[in-house]
Design a protein around this ligand. Sequence first.
Ligand SMILES: [Zn+2]
Ligand SMILES: [Zn+2]
Length: 342
Amino acid sequence: MRAVKLTAARKLELVEIAEPGKEEINVIMDVSACGICGSDLHYWEMGVGMDGKPGLIPGHEFCGTVADPGPRGDLQPGDRVTYIPLNPCGVCPTCQKGLFHICQKAFTRPIPGNNAPGAFAEKVAGRADMVRKLPDSLSDEESCLVEPASVALHAVRQAGFRVGDNVLVTGGGTIGLLSAAWAQIAGAGLVGLCEVNPHRLEYAGNWPYVHEVFDGRDEKLRKKLKQVSDGGFDAVVETSAVDAGLFTAMSALKPGGTVVLAGINFSAQSVSTLMFTSKELVQKGSMAYAIDEFDTSLGFMADKRLDTAGMVNCRPGFSDLQETFERLHAGTPEIVKAVVRP
Ligand SMILES: [Zn+2]
Ligand SMILES: [Zn+2]
């Protein structure tokens, strides 16, 4: 079958590989579409997967149809499905607490597109209990957004705000936009979004879930944030993973406010500890999502309470992927979300 393989740093190549073999615990799916995620870009830059090994077939935000249902008696060949790219061990102390999404052993267990063959391929195999049936109301492209929407849902839940509270999102990429959406759905009084890129600012300005956009380059930014939020935001979801975003997040918070770190930066970041202590801020991490949060996202998207129409605006084929990654790496801001089809 055709697949796109990471053959070196910054090098994706279209290759012929063997189809996934039938294993007792797996469902085999024909890939219909697969989103390109920030972590895919990171793997591309490094030339290796999550396990540090070369030769990865990326792609974990996918949907497809069942080719072989394996042990899933409730699935038929041809059923439309998506997949939860988590592989918790189920037995470690973290898993036993129900925190499957932060199972530390999962990083070394096979997860399609991270350290096992992913969905930049015609077929992909994955553990049977992570396969979810798709309703007809979700298009293939929308189905690829269930996974990032779950990431955003978890981040917003980590913020723990109440109905009517003011919430700021820093960073206007896919996770930022989806976090803003969940904040509004969850009843935030004001949802603000701060971004520095003019294209993203424009997109966020038209995104129906954002009440107010803030230009991160504005010299009067801090003053404006304070004015609009009547003295400070109750919670900030920080998705930019850059120091400037983190600084904006902390300065925008009211005393006692909560910042959720939802972006991923592999290097150390600097923070003003003075701002943390003087305002007694709460800092929470956010990693992936609980399994039921994936199902919640799927449900909200299926009945359009979370409507992601228009978010996918880049549709490469397999042979265009290298070029698409080059554009994403160069910071091509026009791309909101890219989805590839075999
Ligand atoms: Zn992802
Ligand atoms: Zn575990």
